[in-house]
Write a protein that binds this ligand. Structure first.
Ligand code: SF4
Length: 286
């Protein structure tokens, strides 16, 4: 039986993108190939907020994820990939994950709920474990799945075949797979040649509905998002493009959400909110 290292598993409302407002189970896998330390800071600066938290954790360990402080700069899900917090993410069998999911959803079976497999970066090595999980009898009623990815990890041939065949064969033919690709712009602090991979994202389109979602704070970011979307389109990307405000905490989010909505409207793009921030203050488990 396959295992997955799980940073979080919780039930909430999807706050972003295509399924905004849909009740969803979030399966947050551990590990990421990026750090995104530039979010929320002027260009060229990198966040060190998590350093103090890591020092604190090494002295007096936080016992569970929900006790960790939120950050206002850098990646807001830092504990899902930073090795200094890996002790908070258990390795679970796909059996245990499927059981746990059925415990946390209403009616203890899949009805309207959607599954979000997120991270970290969920398309790193864990692709090998997803078929075991998604074929599990307790997942039989699941209809819609989103992979929230940074769009840099190719699908393995095995996993791609699985998704493609799956889309054509009962009983899974009625399932819909979505790739929500949050490609990282320069405000993330990541190197552009590593973060912008149209070749990878165009291949996702063969396995599911795929869209781009750019996190932006300023007009300059929005311009970069539009130029970058054109690069993806030139390589064959055909899906929608969303702009989403930066801000893992409310003070940052409310500074730029309306402006980002206007930038999206003015450029004929979609706006994605981050409903988890105004609704739940982006607490862990939301
Ligand atoms: S890709 Fe996502 S999870 Fe990874 S560091 Fe960046 S924001 Fe965090």
């Amino acid at each position: 039986m396959s295992k997955l290292k799980i940073a979080e598993l919780f039930y909430s409302i999807q706050g972003e993108g295509r399924y905004m407002g849909v009740p969803s189970v979030f399966l947050r896998t551990f590990g990421c190939n990026f750090k995104c330390a530039g979010f929320g800071l002027p260009k060229g600066e990198l966040s060190s907020e998590v350093e103090d938290i890591a020092i604190q954790h090494s002295r007096t360990p936080y016992k569970k994820y929900e006790e960790l402080p939120l950050v206002s700069t850098g990646c807001d899900s830092y504990a899902s990939w930073d090795p200094r917090f890996k002790d908070l993410s258990p390795m679970l069998t796909t059996d245990a994950i499927a059981e746990r999911i059925c415990e946390i959803i209403p009616f203890n079976e899949w009805r309207e709920e959607h599954l979000v497999i997120t991270g970290g970066e969920p398309l790193l090595g864990w692709q090998r474990a997803y078929p075991d999980l998604l074929n599990h009898p307790k997942m039989a009623g699941l209809k819609e799945i989103t992979f929230e990815t940074n769009g840099t990890q190719k699908l393995t041939p095995e996993f791609k075949d699985y998704l493609v065949q799956w889309a054509q064969n009962p009983p899974f033919a009625s399932r819909e797979v979505t790739f929500s690709v949050s490609a990282k712009l320069s405000c993330s602090g990541e190197e552009r040649h590593e973060a912008i991979r149209p070749d990878v994202v165009c291949e996702y389109q063969e396995a599911g509905y795929t869209y781009l979602k750019f996190v932006v704070a300023t007009e300059e970011d929005a311009e970069e998002a539009i130029e970058t979307a054109d690069i993806y389109r030139a390589e064959g990307f055909t899906g929608p493009v969303y702009l989403m405000p930066v801000g893992g905490v409310e003070s940052v989010y409310t500074l730029n959400n309306r402006r980002v909505a206007e930038l999206a409207m003015n450029n004929g793009l979609r706006y994605s909110d981050r409903l988890q921030v105004p609704l739940f203050k982006n607490e862990w488990g939301t």
